[in-house]
Ligand binder design. Sequence first.
Ligand code: NAD
Ligand code: TDX
Length: 335
Amino acid sequence: MRLLVTGGAGFIGSNFIHHMISSYSDYEIINLDALTYAGNLENLTSIQDNPKYTFIKGDITDRKLVDTIFQMSPDYVIHFAAESHVDRSILDPGIFVQTNVTGTQVLLEAARKYNIKKFVHVSTDEVYGTLGETGLFSENTPLSPNSPYSASKAGADMLVRAYHETYGINVNITRCSNNYGPYQFPEKLIPLMIANAFEEKPLPVYGDGLNVRDWLHVEDHCRAIDLVLHAGRSGEIYNVGGKNERTNLQIVKAILQELNKPESLISFVQDRPGHDRRYAIDAQKITTELSWRPQFTFESGIRSTINWYLNHKDWWNRIRSGTYREYYMTQYANR
Ligand code: NAD
Ligand code: TDX
């Protein structure tokens, strides 16, 4: 079995590659990643010499390159590559449309041409928009994205659907809630707050800090994608979430407590424009159809994640100082 993973040098993609390599010794994995600011080959150092693993530096919007890669006959595509940060999408939406919408269409076109067995598109709960105080997102909730990021992901989801309906491609879409865990780029809430708290820098909380996210450990997300890849019904969407709703303030206070740092580090800053108030996932479909169960509780997951960041200070220090990019460009040139 040969898998093409896009965006495998990012947070979830690299965790997914580790999961698949350790779970299926006979699978081959091709990782196509452009190594944007968010891509980091250091996430994959332990498997870089594994003969079953191949890294290709390239852009998913590059039609010629993508066509050449599909000539390597991957059986399955698991599509993670994306611009993923909401705040960046507010500053500069164009690249989000380019990568998330056009890039997905380029991959779908190649999947159609080369008769790929299945295309798994990794999407997000943010395509559903925002919830009030009650209710959950189900797979039937109408799409109502509020940020350029979520709009671009919704656009990609619609293309995946259209390629299934029009050309009969075997696809699945997963829509997961907020992930946390090892290798998450420290621009996102949890790793940013861990790093700032550790360095006793202010912890910037947007607005009143009462926005709610539904948190899932990245390894539980990877297990869900693995199940969908192998057992998901053609054309189906699967929501993924672990019933871990927390306000941002609860998250920040939990991190400060774990690190034994004062709450005076919390700094309320201007709210994010169009800030979604609450996300919460109904994961009944994947739970009943594919027997998916999260293995982490939020408490065990956040503790192990904080420990991971404390044990990998060099990893995030290099990112925060920017030197990792220089190093990995050299690494790549030598390969
Ligand atoms: P990330 O930003 O950490 O990683 C994205 C990866 O994609 C990087 O390695 C980057 O180099 C690569 N990439 C970006 N543009 C590319 C291009 N044009 N060509 C090739 N590679 C490119 O993101 P993440 O948090 O790991 O998210 C992965 C996927 O999961 C995304 O599609 C995201 O929308 C989705 N998702 C994320 C979360 C979350 O909480 N992080 C939750 C649900 C869904
Ligand atoms: O400094 C901060 N202060 C703050 O209060 C940051 C970075 C975030 N926040 C708030 C905004 C959100 O309410 O914390 C919450 C989480 O923010 P992010 O980590 O930026 O995640 P979010 O916007 O919820 O989106 C994430 O989950 C869904 C991922 O980045 C997306 O890729 C995924 O699709």
